[in-house]
Design a protein around this ligand. Structure first.
Ligand code: AMP
Ligand code: MG
Length: 411
């Protein structure tokens, strides 16, 4: 399609968002805060692990050479529990009781588990095959050596990585901290979801929807109260949200209606508009800008999402989610997948690329895309049983089963 309508293409708009999505400044945080964050430093082991040759089972520390021939019975010495060290070596013909996690005494090179022994007074008899050197022992440094890098910079910290940080004593890792996302719903017609709408009113579903999407992306979310379509209240709420967020999501009021006050109000508050309006359906009026920074902290990214829930959702998936990944120190990922074959016929009419609710189903062992019957951008119910959107390029066309379509997944 010729770009003579003054709108940005989705690809152009994405590259403009990408350009503004540098990772947020890193800082040291607690392990409790670090889950899901991107590590911004390499972390090395501070000591060998295990720090000593360690028993892996409860049993007897022995010298394997003692039991290599006919001999099966050894003389019992002390018992070494976890957290204690042996007071003397294990000599020839001797064994020491040892508990899981305790350091192997010098002289011994294997552990025979209790279940394979019989004890009679101060004698222990080993049943079954003679122990091999190193049996049931984890050698010093087997897991990691002091100085060895165990987590590379750029690692997204999952639960095992958090445990590993604790085990090397790195209790304040330097990470890109969890992003702060502010959500500002706007519209005179809106009431909160726990209210019964009066004449002409509808419930604010966008704030809950966008909160869920932002939480899925790992952000800390603040939802602001509904702003009326009045310059004063809108300005006050937007100013507060801009000051305390990395990303501001405003919904509604970004179009060209007489009550669409969001673009001029953002401009008054120092937000630099990067683009306004994208060639796509649903969601054309989308606005993207960058708020004023303060001191060393960069300005928040601002997305003005159209009020219809599905428009805002598509805008989030195409622009906000990849931006959140980048701000959090992860790579920009193209959200589009596929192509997949269409499962059914589909009639597309329109001069804008259209994201149509659809689900992937398996047909003969491979995924195909089934577009759903959809009433348009206010219809969230259909999207709730979809798993994404089939992408139909601009232009009138009748599609047939098996035709290839790209797919924008919900997750
Ligand atoms: P707007 O972008 O403000 O012109 O709104 C477009 C449509 O989306 C209108 O029908 C609004 O009532 C609806 N809408 C706006 N904000 C919300 C919201 N927070 N939740 C649900 N629908 C909304
Ligand atoms: Mg509105």
């Amino acid at each position: 399609m010729a770009a003579d309508d003054g709108l940005r293409s989705v690809a152009e708009a994405q590259s403009l968002v990408h350009r503004e999505s540098a990772p947020r400044p890193a800082r040291a945080v607690s392990l409790a805060e670090a889950l899901g964050c991107t590590l911004a430093e390499a972390v090395a082991a501070d000591r060998d692990s295990p720090p000593f040759d360690k028993a892996l089972v409860d049993g007897y520390a022995v010298r394997s050479e003692d039991l290599a021939g006919e001999r099966r019975t050894l003389k019992l010495g002390e018992v070494i529990v976890a957290g204690k060290v042996a007071t003397r070596p294990v000599g020839p013909g001797e064994a020491a009781g040892i508990m899981t996690g305790a350091p192997l005494p010098s002289g011994a090179d294997a552990v025979v588990m209790f279940e394979a022994t019989e004890v009679d007074g101060d004698r222990v008899t080993v049943r079954g095959a003679p122990p091999q050197p190193g049996q049931n022992v984890l050698h010093r440094g087997r897991e990691m050596r002091a100085g060895e890098v165990v987590l590379a910079s750029g690692t997204v910290l999952n639960a095992p990585a958090i445990g590993l940080l604790a085990s090397v004593g790195r209790t304040r890792p330097v990470v890109v901290p969890r992003l702060r996302v502010a959500i500002v719903p706007t519209g005179d017609e809106l009431v909160e979801p726990d209210q019964v709408p009066g004449p002409g009113q509808i419930r604010n579903s966008n704030a809950a929807l966008l909160r869920a999407l932002a939480v899925e992306s790992g952000a800390d979310v603040t939802v602001h109260p509904i702003s009326r379509d009045e310059p004063g209240p809108l300005r006050a709420i937007l100013a507060g949200a801009l000051a305390a967020s990395d990303v501001l999501l405003v919904t509604g009021g970004v179009s060209v209606g007489t009550r669409d006050l969001v673009p001029p109000t953002l401009a008054e508050l120092g937000v630099r508009t990067v683009f306004h309006k994208v060639r796509l359906k649903p969601g054309k009026p989308l606005l993207f800008g960058v708020g004023p920074g303060s001191g060393a902290s960069p300005g928040p990214l601002v997305f003005g999402l159209p009020g219809n829930p599905v428009s805002g959702l598509v805008g989030f998936l195409l622009f906000v989610r990849p931006a959140l990944a980048c701000l959090a120190g992860r790579p920009w990922a193209d959200p589009i997948g596929g192509p997949y074959p269409l499962a059914t016929r589909f009639r597309h009419r329109g001069d804008r690329p259209t994201y149509h609710p659809a689900r992937r189903v398996t047909l003969g062992g491979s995924p195909v895309v089934e577009p759903l019957d959809w009433a348009g951008s206010p219809d969230l119910r259909t999207v709730a049983r979809a798993d994404g959107f089939a992408l139909f390029p601009a232009g009138d066309r009748d599609y047939h089963p098996g035709d290839a379509v790209e797919f924008l997944p919900l997750r």
